[in-house]
Write a protein that binds this ligand. Sequence first.
Ligand SMILES: [Zn+2]
Length: 551
Amino acid sequence: MSYQALYRKYRPSTLEDVMGQDIVTKILKNAIQNHKVCHAYMFSGPRGIGKTTIAKLLAKAVNCLNPHDGDSCEKCENCLSINSGFNADIIEIDAASNNGVDEIREIKSKINLVPNQLKYKVYIIDEVHMLSIGAFNALLKTLEEPPEHIIFILATTDLHKVPSTIVSRCQCFEFHRIQNEDIIKRLEYICKKEKIIVDKKVLENIAQLSDGGLRDAIGMLDKLNAYSNSNISLEDFEKVNGIVSIEEQKKFLDYVFNKNIPNIIQFIDLIYDKGKDLILFIQNLLELCKKMCITYYIENKSDYDVDFLLAFSSNISNLLKNINFSSNIKTIFEITILSFVNNYHSSKEINKINSSINLDEEKKVTQSVVNDDKIISREIISENKSSFDDTKFKTKNKQIVNNCFARADKNAKKEFENKWSQLNDYALDSEYGATACYISDGKICAVGIGEVILSFAYESMVNRGIHLIDKIEKLLEKIYGKHYDIALLTNDEWQHEREQFISNKNQNIKYEYIPVDEINTGYIDNHEKVSDDSITSEAIELFGADMITFN
Ligand SMILES: [Zn+2]
C-alpha cells in the first residue's frame, strides 16, 4: 500500500473527532439534531485549522441515515458512500484555482435537480473570496432562494473580501487558531499510534511554529518522521526547519552584548550559508530575550543587564515588523545589529562618565533650591550655570516639561498620537532608522502646542536619547510637519512631574510658557480659582486616566 500522509490518515472522520473547534462542532451537531440545518454556512478563519474538514463532516452528518447526537454514524450507506470520496451529491469547488464563473453557472443550471442519492446536495466552495464578481452575482441569486435540498458551505481565510450581500445570507462561524496544548496532544496521539519516538520539546516547537494550524503541525511531524526514521531529536527538528539552536542563539547574544563585531558578522554569514531561516532566528532571539527578562524579574537573576535585554528586544521586534517587506533580509539584519551594538555601547560609555560627574552636580542643586516650592525655576537657573552637556540637557528638559504643562492640550495629544505609528515607516531608513526605533519605545506623556514629553522605562534609554535629540526633532518634523521641543524622562520622573503638576494646580500655581534657552523666572503665582474636581478631570484629559492616581 502506498504511503498515506499523516495528515490524511489522522483526519477526523466525525464532528466529534474534530480537535480544537468545540464550539463550532457543538452548534452544528445541535442544529442537525434539532432539524434546524441552514442552507448556507460561512466558515472563516486562518488556514489549516479545519474549515474544509468540518465542511465535509457536516455534509456527511446532514446526509447520514442514522445520525447519533447530530453526528454521522459511519455505517449507513450514505456515510460509506461519502467516505469513499465518490459521491456525486457532495461537490467541492476551489475558488482559488479558477474564478468560478463556469462552476457557479453550472450550479445555477442544475440547482433544481434533486440529489442523486443523498437527502441534500452540498456545495463546498473553498477560498470563496477568490470568486470573480460575476460568480458572486450568480451565487447571490442562488443563495436568495435556495431549494430545500441544497446546502452551501463557503469557506474563506479573508472574510472581509467576501461581499456583505453574500455574508448576510449565511450562518457565519469564525474559526480560531488551535491552542498549542491541543496541537501537542494530537501530535502525541499520532506519535503513539505510529510508534514514533519524539522529544516533547520537539512537539512544543512544532506547535509554536505552526501558529495554531493543526494541518501544518501534522505536516511538519510527517516530514521530520521521514527524515529521522521514527526517532526525532531536537537536532533533527532544528536542521529540517532551518532553526538555529538555543546554544547558538545564546552565543550570538553574547557577541552582541560584548560588542564582538567580527564574530557577529561571521555568525550571520554562517547561519545564512547553512540556509537557516533568518526571520525565524530573529523571532527566536526575541523569545530568548523575553524568557531571560522574565527570569530576571521573577528570580532576580540574569546573564545580562536587563536594560540590554529590553533595548535589544525592542530593536529586533521593530526589525521584525518591517523585514518581511524587504528584499535583502540579511543586509538589513546585519545593519540593524551593528547599529544597535554601536548605539547601545556608546550610550553605556556616556552613562559611566555622567554618573561620576552627577555626584558633584547633585550637591549644587540641593543647595540652590531653598524651601520654596513655588519658584521651581530656580532649579533651572542653578543647573544652567554648568557647561556640561548632560546638565544642559536636563535644564532644557525641565523647561520643555514646564512649557508642555503650560500649553498642554488634549486635542494636540490626540493628533500627535494619531501619527505616531508613522515612525514605523522610518524603521529601515538609513538616516533615521535607529532614531525611529529608539523613540517608538517611548510613551507619549503630554503634548503641548510645540512640545512633547516622552517617557522611557530606563535611565539608560533616556541617556541614549540625549545624543539623538537633534535627529529626534528632525524626524518628528518630517512626520508632523512642524517643530516640537522634546523632553525625555524616565517613567519615574514623569510620574513625579505629573504629581507635581496636580499638586501645583491644587495650589493654584500656574505654569507659564518660557521660550526654551531663555532664563526666566518661570513659574508664577496665579490666584485664579480652580476647583479640585476640574483639576483632576483636566489632568485626565491631558494625560489619560491611567496616568492619574486619586488620593
Ligand atoms: Zn450514517
